[in-house]
Design a binder for this molecule. Structure first.
Ligand code: UD1
Length: 376
C-alpha cells in the first residue's frame, strides 16, 4: 500500500457516544493536508434527539454514507451493519478504517475491514471492565484484537492490551477525544437556567438548593423490572433532598412505561427527552451530583469536577475513580443513599484532570496516523 492509500481513512460512527468522539477527529483530519476522510454513519442511532442535533451542534460533516441499519437484536444489528458496510468498502478505496468506542457499529466495521486486509485504527482502545456480561466489553476486546493502531485514553489501557498479547509498538497513549469535545464546547453551551426555561422547569430547579441529574440506560439496570423498580425507588427518595433531572434514553423510557414505574419517581424527579449535547453539557456543569451508568458521563463529570455516582459494579474507566470525581457504588440502595448524602454535605471528592485530557488528543492522533503511514 502506498502512503497516499493509507491516508484515505473511512471513519465510522453509529451511536450517540460516537458522535462526540468523531467530531474533533474530523476537525483534526481536515487540517492534515495528506489525510482524506469518508464518514460512514451506520444508522445504529437514528432519532433526531439521538443523532441529528449532535451532527449540527458539534459541526460534524454530514455522513458521506448512511447505512440506515436501525435497531435490532445484537446479532441482527451487528450482522446488518457488516452486510451493508462491506459493499461500501468495495466501492471506496480505503487505506484504513477508523472506529471509535465500543458500540456494535465499532466491532461490526472493524471486523469487515480486518477480513478485507484493511488496517483498523481504534480510538479509545484498551478500556476493560472485565465484565463480559456487558455487550460493550465483548466489542472492546474483539475490536482491539483486530486493530493495527490503538489509541488509548488512560495509562492502564496499555497494560490491559499487553496482557491480551497486543504488541506495545501499536499502542499510543494520546488522551481523550470525548474531552476534546467537552473543552471545545464548554464556552459555547447555554446557562443551565436557559435549559430549565426551555423545558419549563425553572421553578423547581433554579432554587438555592441546586439540582442533581440522573441517566440510566444499561440493559443490566433497565431491562429487569425489579432492578429498575429498586433503582427508581431509591432515586425517588433522594430527590426529596435534591431535585433531580432525568434525561431518559428511549430504551429506558420504554421500560419505565412498560413496567408502569413512572409514578414511583415522585414529582421531584423530572423526566426529560434525550438532550442535545450543549444542553446536557450545560446541565451537567451546573449540577451538584450526577448519578449514572454511562461510561462517557463518568469521564465528562471528571473533566467538569462534578461528583459522579456510578450505578454499576465496575468501570472500564478507572482513571475517573483514581484521579477524578467518580465513585462506583453499584445498585445497593444503602450505598447509593450514603454516598449521595455525603456528597451533599461535603461536596464530594475534589478530583483532578487526568493526564493528557487537555483538548488535544485528536491532534495527536492525526499527527500519529501521518507518521504511521509514512513509516509504512
Ligand atoms: C448503545 C450502545 C451503548 C451506548 C449507548 C448510548 C451497543 C451494544 N450499545 O446502546 O454502548 O452506551 O448506545 O446511547 O452498541 N432507540 C431509539 N432511537 C434511537 C436509537 C435507539 O428509540 O435512535 C431505542 C430502540 O428501542 C432500541 C434501543 O433504543 O432498540 C436500544 O438501542 P441500541 O442502539 O440497540 O442500544 P443502546 O441501548 O442505545
Amino acid at each position: 500500500m502506498t502512503l497516499t492509500d493509507s491516508l484515505k481513512i473511512v471513519c465510522v460512527v453509529g451511536a450517540r457516544p460516537n458522535f462526540m468522539k468523531i467530531a474533533p477527529l474530523m476537525r483534526a483530519f481536515s487540517r492534515e493536508p495528506g489525510i482524506k476522510t469518508t464518514l460512514v454513519h451506520t444508522g445504529q442511532h437514528y432519532d433526531e434527539a439521538m443523532k441529528a442535533s449532535f451532527f449540527e451542534q458539534l459541526d460534524i460533516p454530514q455522513p458521506d454514507v448512511d447505512l440506515e441499519v436501525g435497531s435490532a437484536s445484537h446479532a441482527v444489528q451487528t450482522a446488518e451493519i457488516m452486510k451493508r458496510f462491506e459493499p461500501e468498502m468495495e466501492r471506496l478505496s480505503t487505506g484504513a478504517v477508523l472506529v471509535v468506542g465500543d458500540v456494535n457499529s465499532t466491532i461490526a466495521c472493524a471486523l469487515v475491514a480486518a477480513k478485507r486486509g484493511v488496517p483498523v485504527i481504534h480510538v479509545e482502545a484498551g478500556l476493560r471492565s472485565y465484565d463480559r456480561g456487558m455487550p460493550e466489553e465483548i466489542n472492546r476486546v474483539l475490536t482491539d484484537q483486530l486493530s493495527d493502531l490503538l489509541f488509548t485514553t488512560e495509562r492502564d489501557a496499555q497494560q490491559n492490551l499487553e496482557r491480551e498479547g497486543i504488541d506495545a509498538a501499536r499502542i499510543r497513549f494520546v488522551g481523550n477525544v470525548m474531552i476534546d469535545t467537552l473543552l471545545h464546547n464548554r464556552k459555547r453551551c447555554p446557562e443551565p437556567g436557559q435549559v430549565f426555561a426551555a423545558f419549563s422547569v425553572t421553578e423547581r430547579f433554579s432554587g438555592s438548593r441546586g439540582y442533581g441529574m440522573l441517566t440510566l440506560h444499561r440493559p443490566s439496570n433497565v431491562d429487569d423490572p425489579q432492578v429498575l423498580r429498586s433503582l427508581l425507588e431509591t432515586i425517588g427518595d433522594l430527590s426529596r433532598s435534591l431535585p433531580l433531572l432525568f434525561p431518559a434514553h428511549p430504551r429506558t423510557r420504554a421500560r419505565i412505561e412498560a413496567a408502569g414505574l413512572g409514578r414511583i419517581l415522585g414529582e421531584d424527579v423530572v423526566l426529560l427527552p434525550p438532550l442535545a449535547y450543549l444542553d446536557m453539557l450545560a446541565l451537567m456543569s451546573g449540577a451538584r451530583v450526577l448519578l449514572t451508568d454511562s461510561g462517557g458521563i463518568q469521564e465528562e463529570t471528571t473533566a467538569l469536577g462534578v461528583p459522579c455516582i456510578t450505578l454499576r459494579e465496575n468501570t472500564e474507566r478507572p482513571i475517573t475513580v483514581t484521579a477524578g470525581t467518580n465513585s462506583i457504588v453499584g445498585t445497593d440502595p444503602t450505598l447509593i443513599r450514603e454516598l449521595f448524602h455525603e456528597i451533599l454535605t461535603t461536596g464530594g471528592k475534589a478530583g483532578q484532570m487526568p493526564e493528557l485530557w487537555d483538548g488535544r488528543a485528536a491532534e495527536r492522533i492525526a499527527a500519529d496516523i501521518v507518521r504511521w503511514a509514512t513509516d509504512g
